[in-house]
Design a protein around this ligand. Structure first.
Ligand code: SF4
Length: 698
């Protein structure tokens, strides 16, 4: 394994590329032209504030890992056997072009499906694949696996995906960290929240489905059953109205139907919510009292509680609390989920949006199993998918409905090219595997999701072996496929410079000098003091769901049944007689989706796949700590070890994820149990909304 040498050649600035809202500003010890040493958080970045997570601090073990892919490989054995032989880059790209052209000639251009996600969050390397698909009219990619329920739920109230400056958490008197295990998944939230606690005596409240690290550090931990956050939010708002803590002036001036909401919430008090959430009435009352008595309350709303069939209304309900209490008025108050709307990118060069043909079908990323298995509805009655290029994602491990995903990838008539850093489970299932650069080996730009900076990530070192960047692969294919666009003739630096200038953020030269751009809008804009982002300027308690603005090809799921006002929507996979438990697949501390499952540090900490179960549930099923158990539902079965843990509600199971499938007996990973049915109103995957049974393994 890699050992850092002593003195760095230089210290270089970059940004974390991983799928994490923190988007930390990094400082890297560059030891020589091919080697890095220590990685630290930039102290002078006002959001990162010198703090990063352990998995990125030890990045040298990932970037210099002996298992990095370094040569193009072509399959020589049976599909999925993992038997490959080296092939030259030219021959590899020729083969992809040949297979894509074959698919197009046999069916149509829509038989080719370029597939990507957020393995890197760099705009050039992540999104350049769209330019190729637009130029060639390949099947579209309806991105659904992560943000859809969360973003639509938040925008349903405010009208815009933006909120108070996340650094204001440090100026708050109460920080509510809802549905995100910040200690593990976005450490900077804790940096600012704990600063408020230390300097101002602020309280930290955490709302989650198990006693994770963030819940342990909170002053008040509100433990709920998965998918019941809407009920909790309703009860808190009920108490605010009941106890005279609703901000009547704010409600009258800035919200749509406050009287109707108050009336609606009369039947949704703490007793009602306690039965649904499993949370004691006293805890709900204490939470409401704290919010009611603390005008300067900052609601930091995460993604976790949106990964449910009722995720969008749950997010909306939680965001409504700040409008009832009037917290938006104050510095250190309001509700924040993501800052996507503040960056106003011109994406035309990176994505080739000027070539979009709206008649081309958009295939749902989360339904890759159904699509590859040929379900007519998933294919919109169009041609089968017979050729794919996959960058930045590992669907055989991370996509829901895993059994069908694997069936699809096993098809003999499907050609798959995977461009990857390691031999992931998707790469193993491919016909051709191309070695990819990591972030310090190419140029890119990044935007904060949970903060407000644009950051530069320049190339710092040479890649190992024959690794090429996503951009290089797209250019190589575009040339062979005859795809035309000016973006195919430019370097990443040229694309970055043009995109920055067109988007109103200055030049690459300036960004290079200054390392990042603070894009935070002023207080009045961020707090919507002159009105929310709807034509009537009112926050919407009563959203018109089908018109909530979201980049999507159309509505999906049971849109007509979405609750009209904040509520507990019973569309979730509720436990039943056969499946007595609700399972959430929450993120583990040391992995990030399936990334970092290859590094010794992360593997050593996580040890093995486990499922947490309440001691009383375990006793009733004769399950002891460490026993092997089987979890199952209509989608399949998974063998895993039990961990007895009293930090979950009875009837709830937590399997921290995402472990590679091969680490489970029988090779069936946790996503064997998760469903791919679309979520209303704009799709999504309900990773934490599964009914299952559990029994001891024989
Ligand atoms: S906290 Fe998130 S953004 Fe920061 S270094 Fe870790 S993974 Fe990257």
């Amino acid at each position: 394994m890699f050992r850092p040498k002593s003195a760095p050649l230089r210290v270089a600035a970059t940004a974390c590329p991983h799928d994490c809202p923190s988007t930390c500003a990094l400082e890297v010890d560059v030891l020589d032209e091919r080697t890095i040493g220590r990685v630290r958080g930039a102290r002078d970045n006002s959001y990162t504030a010198g703090v990063i997570c352990a998995k990125v601090a030890r990045y040298a073990e990932r970037i210099h890992h002996p298992d990095r892919l370094t040569k193009p490989l072509v399959r020589t054995g049976a599909k999925g056997s993992g038997t490959f032989a080296p092939i030259s880059w030219d021959d590899a790209l020729d083969l992809v072009a040949e297979k894509f052209n074959e698919a197009e000639a046999r069916y149509s251009s829509e038989a080719v499906w370029p597939y990507q996600y957020a393995g890197t969050m760099g705009l050039v390397m992540r999104d350049g694949i769209h330019r190729l698909r637009h130029a060639k009219k390949y099947s579209g990619f309806h991105s659904t696996i992560c943000v859809n329920p969360a973003w639509t739920g938040f925008v349903a109230g405010t009208g815009l995906l933006a909120g108070p400056d996340p650094r204001e958490m440090a100026k708050s008197d109460c920080v509510v960290i809802w549905g995100t295990n910040a200690v593990s998944t976005q450490v900077n939230v804790m940096t600012h929240a704990t600063r408020a606690r230390k300097e101002r005596g602020a309280k930290i409240v955490a709302v989650d489905v198990y006693m994770n690290g963030t819940m342990e550090q909170a002053d008040l931990a509100v433990l709920v059953r998965p998918g019941t956050d809407g009920a909790l939010a309703c009860a808190v708002m009920h108490c605010l109205f009941r106890d005279g803590k609703a901000d009547r002036d704010f409600l009258a001036q800035h919200t749509d139907v406050p009287d109707e909401l108050e009336q609606h919430l009369k039947s949704r008090g703490p007793e009602w919510a306690s039965k649904i959430t499993g949370c004691p009435v006293e805890t709900i009352e204490e939470f409401a009292r704290l919010v009611g008595n603390t005008p300067r309350t900052y609601f930091r709303l995460g993604y976790g509680f949106s990964r449910s069939r009722n995720g969008a209304p749950n997010m909306h309900a939680a965001s409504c609390i700040a409008a009832v209490s009037g917290a938006w008025r104050y510095e250190g108050g309001g509700a924040f989920h993501n800052n996507g709307a503040i960056f106003h990118w011109d994406r035309s060069l990176i994505e080739g949006t000027d070539m979009i043909d709206p008649s081309i079908r958009m295939l749902d990323q989360s339904r890759i199993g159904a699509i590859l298995c040929g379900d007519a509805d998933a294919l919109f009655n169009g041609p089968p998918v017979t050729a794919m290029l996959i960058q930045n994602t590992n669907p055989v491990s991370v996509a829901p409905d895993q059994t069908r995903v694997k069936q699809g990838f096993a098809r003999d008539d499907l050609f798959v090219c995977v461009h990857e850093q390691f031999m992931t489970e998707t790469a193993k299932a491919a016909d051709l595997v191309l070695p990819a650069t990591m972030f310090m080996e190419h140029d890119d730009i990044y935007q904060g999701g949970g903060q407000q900076h644009i950051l530069l990530g320049p190339k710092l070192i040479e890649p190992p072996g024959e690794c090429r960047s996503n951009h290089d692969v797209i250019l190589g294919l575009a040339k062979r496929l005859g795809a035309q666009h000016r973006g195919f003739d430019m370097t990443p630096r040229e694309i970055i410079d043009w995109t920055l200038q067109k988007s109103g953020w200055g030049t690459l030269e300036k960004l290079e000098r200054e390392r990042w751009i603070d894009c935070q809008p002023d207080f009045d804009t961020a707090h919507y003091t002159k009105g929310f982002a709807w034509p009537d300027r009112k926050f919407r308690f009563k959203p018109d769901w089908p018109t909530v603005p979201f980049r999507s090809p159309g509505l999906s799921g049971p849109v007509d049944d979405l609750p009209k006002l904040p509520d507990h929507w019973t569309v979730i996979e509720e436990a039943d007689e056969r499946h007595a438990f609700r399972l959430a697949t929450s993120p583990s501390r040391s992995f990030l989706n399936s990334t970092f499952t290859e590094t010794p540090g992360s593997l050593g900490r996580e040890q093995r796949p486990t499922v947490m179960i309440h001691p009383d549930d375990a006793a009733s099923l004769s399950i002891a700590d460490g026993d092997k158990v089987i979890l199952g539902n209509q989608r399949g079965e998974v063998r895993i070890h039990a961990k007895i843990f009293d930090g979950v509600r009875r009837g709830v199971l937590i399997a921290e994820s995402i472990w590679p499938n091969h680490t489970y007996e029988d090779g069936r990973g946790i996503n064997t149990l998760t469903g791919a049915d679309p979520i209303a109103p704009y799709g999504g995957a309900a990773f934490h909304d599964n009914r299952v049974w559990i029994k001891p393994a024989a």
